[in-house]
Each structure stands twice: as C-alpha cells, then as structure tokens.
Ligand binder design. Sequence first.
Ligand SMILES: Cc1cc2nc3c(=O)[nH]c(=O)nc-3n(C[C@H](O)[C@H](O)[C@H](O)COP(=O)(O)OP(=O)(O)OC[C@H]3O[C@@H](n4cnc5c(N)ncnc54)[C@H](O)[C@@H]3O)c2cc1C
Length: 429
Amino acid sequence: MTKNLSKRQVQQTKSNAPDVIVIGGGVVGVCTAYYMNKAGINVTLLEQNRICSGSSWGNAGWLVPSHSVPLARPGSVTQGLKWMLNPESPFYIKPRPSLDLINWLLRFRRAANLSSLRKVLGPLVELGEVSLQLYAELEKEETSLNSYYAQKGLIALYATTDWLKEGIEEAHLLSEFSVHSQTLDTEQVLDMEPAVKPTIAGGVYYPNEAHVKPDDLVKGLASIIDERGAKIHENTAVTGFSTSGGKIKSVLTTNGIFTADEVVLATGAWSPRVAQELKLDLPIQPAKGYSISFEEITNPPLFPLMLAESKVGVTPMGPVLRFAGTLELSGLNTDINNRRLGAIRRAGDKFITTDITNATEVVWCGMRPLTPDSVPIIGRTSQLDNLILATGHSMTGVTLGAVTGKLVTEIVSGQHTTVDINPFSPMRF
Ligand SMILES: Cc1cc2nc3c(=O)[nH]c(=O)nc-3n(C[C@H](O)[C@H](O)[C@H](O)COP(=O)(O)OP(=O)(O)OC[C@H]3O[C@@H](n4cnc5c(N)ncnc54)[C@H](O)[C@@H]3O)c2cc1C
C-alpha cells in the first residue's frame, strides 16, 4: 500500500507505471482511480459534472452478490409485457423509433433462457463476492471513510405465497453458486425485523450482504485519493478523442486536452455516447430508476429490505431511509414520472410500519448502464490498444465498483487478474 512505502519508493513506482486517464466519476470510475492511486499509478479522473452525480448517487446502496441473477431470465419477456400495461408497474419501455433499442431488446430476448442465465451466474456471483470482500477491507483500511457501511444481510419480503415460492426458487438457484440464504415464515420475519407489517407471507434472508450510503462512499473515496495525489477534474466533459496507430493519443474535453498512456472509459449510461466518438458500438441502454430519501426518521427498519413484488428496495443508511426502484427504458434523460414515484412510496408504506408522513424528502432519478445480459463490460477492446472499458454494470454497479477498480488496475499493470475477466469481455457482443 502506498502509505507503507518511503517517499523515494513511491516516486520510483510512479515513474515506472503508466499514466492513466479515467473518464467518469461514478462508483466505477472513482473505485478504479482509488485502486490505481493505491498501486502507485499516476491517475487523472475526468468528470463532466460533479463527482457522483450520475447513477451512483441515490441508488439503494446494496452490496449484493445475491442480486446476480440477470434481468434476462425465463419468463422475463412475458412478465415485462404484462408490466408495460400498468403505468405504476416497476418496468416500462417508452416506445420510440430507435435501432439501438430494438437491437438491445433482441439481444435481451436471446439471453432470456436458463442456459444463458446459468452461464453468467457463476462469474457474476464470484465478481460480487470478491467485491464484497474488497469493501470489507476498504472499510477497515480507510478509517476516514464514512460510508455508513454495514454488513448485516438483507431480507427479501413477499406479500403472497406465490411470490414467496418464486423467491425460494431463486434462493435455491443461487445456493448452487454458494450464495447462502434462509427462508423465513411471517413470524420469523417479524422477530428479526419489527418494522415489517404482519400482512407479508414470508421472506428470504441473505445473511452475507452489506450496504452503504453510496454518495458518501464515492465522494469519500474521491477525497481520499485527491489528498494522495490523484488529479480530479470536475466539470470536465470529454467531447472527443484523437487517435492514431490503433491508440488514443489524446482526450479532448471542455477543459482542455489531456494525454496519458492508457484510457479507462467508466461513463455509465453515457458510455455509448462517449464510445461513439471512438467508433465503438456499446449495447447499453440507460435504465432509469427513482428513489425517495426520507430524513429525520424515528423508527427505521434494522435491515435493508427488498419488497419483491414491487421491486422496491428499502435501505436504512445512516441519517436517511431510502426507497428505490423502477426500471424505465426511456432514453438518456432525467425526467421524473410522478406516477411511478408514487408507486414506490406506496410499496414501502404497504410493507413497513415506519412513519414517513412528516419526513423531509429528497427525490432522485438515475440511469443504470444496462447491458442486455446484465453482465458488465470490463476489459480491453480489439480496436484500440490503450482503451479499457469499465461500464455496463446494470443493476449492481455499486456492488461491483470495488472489484472492477481492482481488475482494471491489474489489467493496466499487466498483472494476472484476481478474477477471470473473459466472461466480461467487450468482445462478447
Ligand atoms: C434506483 C436505483 C437503485 C439501484 N440500486 C443499486 C444497489 O442497491 N446496488 C447496486 O450495486 N447497484 C444499484 N443500482 C445500480 C447502480 O446505481 C449503477 O450500476 C452504478 O451507479 C453505475 O455506476 P457507474 O460509475 O458506471 O455510472 P455513474 O454513477 O452514472 O457514473 C458515470 C459518470 O460518468 C460521467 N460522464 C458521462 N459522460 C461523461 C463525459 N463525456 N465526460 C466526463 N464524464 C462523463 C457522468 O457524469 C457520471 O458521473 C441502482 C440504480 C438505480 C437507478
């Protein structure tokens, strides 16, 4: 670790290491810059807005290998079509003439079968488990980081026996990949979590999962590396690149031209737009979700709760109780649909006893970078020698932020990677 080396050793390490530009200041970009800085790499982070102003800000903050089952699964197309008819459902596609969207949907349909799901589930769980471990280490090592990290597990709640049966089946599938869980009847749920209403049919407890307040995690890590010499440029939007000989020569921004040996693209839902400047086609759709953060709550739940039918996540995170949910494929925009927001609030109210009526509320929306197979895109491309993609983290970008940062640092350093990165290759599309 850098702080254990002498000043002279640090300088030597840095002079041998490549200079790297990371584009995007969300959880993926900041974790990448963190592990690079820790490895003695001279890293520059470029963010078009402020650090953590994208999808990494107001999400549910779960660090959850148990959420590795891709969205594309048997039955998901039929369920999605049913949900489309309900303006308050957790899923919506805005009909629009977009070739990218049509191609993405075709790829999604191709991935929605058990054999594709089983093929990716093992690598995704492994990625999540390694990340969970890295977050636990971060929590111990970075004593100035106050991300409200807690590892007490997560309870998935089911209102009906049919949904509970589905939840138990999913838990069985995950147990084949070493994700531990425990089925709970109504009484057991109420014993563990007094904030749940007795109308639920039961739950599944995933004991190893952790959670954080994601904005505090990302901003906290950014300020740690800022103090340790990483260069962070906010309000610096990448507008183009100059390339030659199969390499990126410079990165053009609204704040001048930057050069480095290696460039990491970690621009979340904006990635297809940025990659287009490099003539790369990335199958990522912005998948909008909403959250409501309630402040000054008196009786918050003890555990993060997944309200299964409505797909709403409830997370107690330090001073805030957050309800988060909805997945809307409506393009790259931050328009808020109040009907869906209302549905998130009502779902929370239906399941938990915590009184939110007089709380101060912060409403937010963000766009997940959704790949058709829910698998992130991590690795080098065949087109440009010094470009590494770290994007497409879909529903679990916070979970996978730490491991992605570590893997990208290993790739740049030419080291053997902690996890086999072939399943996440950009070349799979
Ligand atoms: C409602 C909701 C709940 C969620 N809950 C969870 C959860 O509990 N656990 C979990 O693991 N995941 C969760 N997610 C998913 C998670 O939020 C995302 O996967 C993750 O934040 C993606 O991180 P990122 O760094 O790739 O993208 P972002 O956080 O969006 O960061 C990308 C950054 O790139 C910047 N950028 C874009 N273009 C440019 C440019 N041209 N130049 C410079 N900078 C640029 C953007 O401004 C942005 O800051 C949730 C998402 C939503 C919407």
